[in-house]
Design a protein around this ligand. Structure first.
Ligand code: 16C
Length: 270
């Protein structure tokens, strides 16, 4: 763990009523499906502007404001060799490793574990002067993508090498909740919808081999990271856009590198 990090990965007692849990499940189903489709739409339509490019990594945004606050949606695409969609999504979802790669968080806690694949997190983020400190309360859900999406997106490896064959896809979706209630303290609460959608491809030359005969350097994952974050209260637009511009590329580069290092000596998790 990074020094000074306070992590609590163990939830306390279940604090959601059955009715609240039902509402969350309904929302999880709807938002996760929506985010999956939204990610696979790519950036061809929707007025996306490229604002950062670094090798295969491309970041797009749309300038948007709501009630005078900057809420620019972001869509980032990346293509990385050496690990699978399942591996990337597991590391993004797991509270046990979050503080090893997530440097915008001061401390986090699992508030509720609804199931192994679904938790409610509370995170207090680092403060950016002169704005007030932010926290976030959100459900996080991991699941395997619809098989048909792999076939439909056969041609959409995008900037990845054309001679790739789709294998599977995974998504982690994070979305703000209001329950169970967590006091604000000194923070303003951001409202977020963030998804990480990953598609595993293998080199066409090995596509017919059994999985255990395929090596890491024959595996490519196409990553689509989508984020819409409402800052939840006043912050200067110039500061916000500067933070976006700096933090998103930093996060995606650091996180993909982290997953590469973590997986390189382990058996492949398809
Ligand atoms: O998706 C990411 N991480 C996930 C696991 O933590 C999760 C995160 C959600 C929180 C995203 C926004 C929280 C507000 C951050 C406040 C600023 C921290 C910067 C500290 C710099 C030292 O889905 C990866 C997240 C990647 C980074 C996101 C940066 C977004 C900036 C949004 C600005 C909001 C208000 C800031 C007020 C000045």
């Amino acid at each position: 763990l990074s020094s000074g990090a306070v992590v609590s990965a163990k939830p306390h007692l279940s604090v959601l009523s059955p009715a609240q849990a039902d509402d969350i499940w309904e929302e999880i189903e709807q938002i996760t499906n929506e985010q999956f489709k939204y990610a696979l739409l790519g950036v061809g339509e929707g007025g996306w502007q490229l604002f950062n490019e670094d090798g295969e990594m491309k970041m797009y945004r749309r300038e948007e404001e709501k009630d005078g606050l900057v809420v620019d949606p972001l869509k980032a695409q990346h293509c990385v060799r050496g690990f699978t969609a399942h591996e990337m999504c597991n590391y993004f979802f797991s509270p046990d490793v979050r503080m090893e790669w997530e440097f915008t968080v001061d401390h986090m806690k699992v508030i509720e574990k609804l199931r192994d694949d679904t938790m409610v997190f509370h995170q207090v983020h680092k403060r950016i002067w002169p704005a007030a400190q932010r926290d976030a309360l959100f459900w996080s859900h991991i699941r395997k993508g619809d098989e048909s999406a792999n076939k439909e997106n056969n041609a959409s490896a995008g900037s990845c090498d054309e001679k790739l064959v789709p294998v599977n896809s995974w998504i982690v979706c994070n979305h703000s909740v209001e329950v169970p209630p967590v006091p604000l303290g000194k923070c303003l609460r951001v409202i977020l919808t963030i998804s990480l959608t990953c598609q595993t491809f293998v080199d066409a030359a090995v596509a017919n081999l059994p999985a255990d005969q395929i090596s890491r350097d024959q595996v490519t994952t196409k990553i689509t990271y989508c984020a819409t974050v409402n800052p939840g209260g006043w912050a200067p637009a110039s500061v916000l856009r500067a933070v976006y511009k700096r933090e998103y590329p930093k996060f995606l580069k650091r996180f993909t590198q982290y997953v590469k290092e973590q997986t390189e000596t382990k058996p492949i998790l398809w």
